[in-house]
Design a protein. Sequence first.
Length: 145
Amino acid sequence: MNRRELFVALAAAAVTGEALTANGSEPVMGSTVFDWNSIPEKPTKYGSVRSFVSRPTATLENLELHVTTLNPGMSPHPPHRHPNEEMLILRQGTVETLSNGVWKRVGPGSVIFNASNVLHGLKNVGTEPAIYHVINWKTAATPKA
């Protein structure tokens, strides 16, 4: 394959949203629609989770999306920190979130942003399941673990 043919092949792959990442290991995700009903709900010890995607995009090393259902009185894990940033969008329920060293109570429609390497946590303090969407991302600027 000559240089021209290679360029045409790479351009075609990029247009279809299936260009490879720099290391060639996983295709870059293009525009996508995720149908709620096609994502299996997997039981966990604290409720359940629906994992939508965890893949590189054109501008992110990784984009991870999932929805957690957290039973009353439960936490998905103890307070922790990680290098990637994340955002949670609370759809249903009442939770307390550890943010900047303070536990804050929030309800439906609230948005929680957890900064890189900052201690954070979450617990369902309501009487119904809490359902929240989680968006995690990693870029070249994300510190190494």
